[in-house]
Design a protein around this ligand. Structure first.
Ligand code: HEC
Length: 114
């Protein structure tokens, strides 16, 4: 009986959390592609993104380029910390994106690991 209850709980928990994780990535993707938000495609080739620019490097193999999601967030928050001459806007620092929006973008960009 106890195992049944535990199993039921497990199924319930995964049913609730799995679609949420999926949805989170789609929000970050939308924010990244949207011209009046991240507009990352203006400068970066991103998988499935249309008509990208190439001012910055293609966003791929991200988990080999950054040691952690936190590191990636530091760059997206304020790329001028790494390169004071960068053309990449400081999305968090200059409030182009809200802190919650930056987190969605970071989740999505981190997933670009191919
Ligand atoms: C106006 C151009 C521009 C825009 C817009 C832009 N970037 Fe960049 N980005 C760059 C440039 C240029 C670099 C190369 C490093 C540097 O010069 O700082 C870069 C580097 C990066 C890197 C490091 C890539 C690597 O492999 O080292 C990441 C990650 C990144 N950008 C993410 C983003 C995200 C996410 C967005 C949108 C929210 C974005 N960028 C928008 C210009 C841009």
């Amino acid at each position: 009986m106890k195992t049944h209850a535990a199993l039921f709980l497990l199924v319930l928990v995964s049913a609730c959390t799995y679609p949420k994780a999926q949805q989170d990535l789609s929000i970050g993707k939308q924010l990244s592609f949207q011209r009046n938000k991240g507009n990352c495609l203006a400068c970066h080739v991103i998988e499935e993104g249309e008509a990208p620019g190439n001012i910055g490097p293609a966003l791929q193999h991200i988990q080999t380029r950054f040691t952690s999601k936190a590191d990636l967030k530091v760059l997206i928050w304020d790329a001028t910390q790494f390169n004071s001459q960068t053309s990449m806007p400081p999305f968090g620092k200059n409030k182009i994106l809200t802190p919650a929006e930056v987190d969605h973008v970071v989740d999505y960009i981190w997933s670009l690991n191919r």
